[in-house]
Design a protein around this ligand. Structure first.
Ligand code: IMP
Ligand code: MG
Length: 183
């Protein structure tokens, strides 16, 4: 699609191609919401988003879930402004958030090396949740550091640098309603 060259949100920045358009994302998010509704017939459910990348996905996802739930966020960053992982993972979360006895669904935008998620899953599993699962919008399948299964997945992602629908490059492009690969 060449429509992106005319998109004022891009500030003239060339986008290689749209990997996932808004309609395709919305359809898949509806399916994931229904899957979550089915998967958790009882118990307390806490949907825990990894900031900042998951904020749009999580916002759309929870509105497709037809059961009670709570929402909270953690910050885990392994990327600065660089396009490749530094290997450093920093976690910031509210230690008062009760996880014990709850179903925890960790929502991530994209799995690349898997370092961020593995570190976070290690920390969360020590807090005695009733269950602990990963829901990721995108998975590049290059995650040599991921020691946990991805229970719910939106799409297999190309091994390209993607922006939009929450994903950024140097904090830009998170507000694109589609997911595009950057030149
Ligand atoms: P990991 O720890 O290497 O799996 O990195 C995961 C995090 O890196 C994601 O939550 C994103 O914030 C960021 N990331 C990885 N790949 C991309 C990409 O293609 N575009 C934008 N951010 C990415
Ligand atoms: Mg990022």
């Amino acid at each position: 699609m060449n429509a992106t060259t005319a998109d004022p949100r891009l500030d003239g920045r060339p986008v290689k191609r749209i990997a996932f358009d808004a309609e395709r994302i919305a359809a898949r998010v509806r399916e994931l919401g229904a899957e979550i509704t089915r998967r958790y017939p009882d118990g307390e459910l806490l949907v825990l988003g990894l900031l900042k990348g998951s904020f749009i996905f999580l916002g759309d996802l929870v509105r497709q879930v037809r059961r009670p739930l709570q929402v909270d966020f953690v910050v885990a960053s392994s990327y600065g402004d660089a396009r490749s992982s530094s290997g450093h993972v920093r976690l910031v979360y509210d230690p008062e958030t009760t996880l014990e006895g709850k179903h925890i669904l960790l929502v991530e935008d994209i799995i690349d090396s898997g370092r961020t998620l593995t570190r976070l899953m290690d920390v969360l599993s020590e807090r005695r949740p009733r269950s602990l699962d990963i829901c990721a919008l995108l998975h590049k399948h290059v995650a040599e550091h991921l020691r946990y299964p991805v229970t719910l997945l939106g799409f297999d992602a190309p091994d390209e640098f993607l922006v939009g629908y929450g994903l950024d490059h140097a904090e830009n492009f998170r507000h694109l309603p589609y997911i595009a690969s950057l030149q």
